[in-house]
Design a protein around this ligand. Structure first.
Ligand SMILES: CC(C)(COP(=O)(O)OP(=O)(O)OC[C@H]1O[C@@H](n2cnc3c(N)ncnc32)[C@H](O)[C@@H]1OP(=O)(O)O)[C@@H](O)C(=O)NCCC(=O)NCCS
Length: 306
């Protein structure tokens, strides 16, 4: 009998996956709530991805969702991290990283499963995340479906020639913003929007007509770096979306900046480009469950919180 020879790379692949499966038989994963003492590990692991994540970023996530930030252990060894945030009927997942030595042994799946159960127990019928395109299949295996392609734009130094002024939103505006945002995001992001509003160094502005909100925008500023977003503006008012973005960028002249927005929003991408932003890479927004938010002009708040 003749046995057909397989290409060498097929043997190698099979051997690799067999080795991973054998290694994974020896590990006993368990998840613990992230504590302050875990932050050096979390920051170091996150920055193997060059995400520029700081202790303050994890601290912020832990204050927003103390039970929803985790470290994965194999026995006593920390081997992975993930965070999520619960907005009631919806949740967001992010910051998933597994130590190099533990990759392809089920650790990522373990953390993702843990987060899905946590959010669903809190009542989430929709879970969102931003995925690297090469990981689409990893998330699809857990039931996530691709939604939109997002671009990540970065500016080394934000430079805007003509200042556009909008006033900082007040506490009364904030209540209306939360309600307005809910229609488009699909769940109330009150806890995040409140925190953005309360931090003095941040900027949050809103445009209204006849006392009704048309759009709002914000930026979170830490040291000399700004994360621009969220921005939500009704679809039929692109000029207002551009004004909101320019108003936020006017507050950030000279800072380093980052933002995340749908690749189809060319008008906003152009506005950002005129202030020095350039595309870095692309991501895929994916959802588990159906997204019920309305279409709009949109900048993500962050990758780990939507
Ligand atoms: C993505 C990541 C968390 C996956 O964790 P992991 O523990 O290696 O994943 P698992 O062992 O649970 O793998 C589950 C499946 O996904 C696949 N997968 C894992 N990593 C993959 C990768 N880099 N590319 C393509 N598929 C991948 C595995 O092959 C496996 O499929 P199989 O069951 O058919 O063999 C890990 O590779 C990692 O930390 N990457 C760097 C950080 C990162 O990219 N985070 C995600 C941001 S969106």
């Amino acid at each position: 009998m003749k046995i057909a020879a397989l290409p060498l790379n097929v043997y190698t692949l099979t051997l690799d996956s067999l080795m991973s499966k054998l290694k994974s038989l020896k590990v006993m994963f368990h998840v613990e709530k992230m504590q302050l003492a875990d932050l050096p590990f979390a920051v170091k692991l996150a920055n193997t991805m060059k995400w520029g994540t700081t202790m303050e970023d994890f601290d912020f996530n832990m204050r927003l969702e103390p039970e929803g930030c985790w470290v994965l252990f194999d026995g006593q060894n920390r081997v992975g991290i993930a965070t999520c945030i619960n907005y009631g009927s919806a949740g967001w997942f992010g910051n998933l990283v597994v130590s190099q030595k533990y990759k392809k042994m089920g650790a990522g799946t373990f953390l993702l499963n843990h987060a899905i159960s946590y959010l669903q127990n809190k009542g989430a019928t929709l879970i969102g995340l931003y995925a690297y395109p090469h990981l689409q299949h990893f998330y699809e295996k857990m039931g996530f479906k691709p939604d939109k392609e997002f671009v990540v734009l970065k500016a080394k130094t934000i430079f805007i020639k003509e200042n556009t002024r909008l006033n900082q939103a007040d506490a009364e505006d904030l209540q209306k913003i939360v309600e307005f945002d809910r229609q488009y995001f699909g769940a109330a992001r009150r806890k995040v929007l409140e925190q953005i509003f309360l931090r003095n160094q941040n900027f949050l502005c809103v445009t209204q007509e006849n006392n009704k909100i048309i759009g709002y925008a914000a930026a979170k500023i830490a040291n000399s770096t700004a994360e621009v977003g969220p921005l939500v503006c009704i679809k039929k008012r692109p000029e207002e979306a551009a004004i909101l973005l320019k108003a936020v960028l006017s507050k950030l002249n000279g800072a380093e900046g980052i933002m995340y927005l749908p690749a189809t929003q060319e008008a906003l991408i152009e506005t950002a480009a005129s202030a020095g932003f350039q595309e870095e890479f692309r991501l895929l927004r994916m959802f588990l469950g159906s997204h019920i938010g309305e279409d709009c002009w949109y900048l993500a708040e962050s990758l780990e919180r939507g």
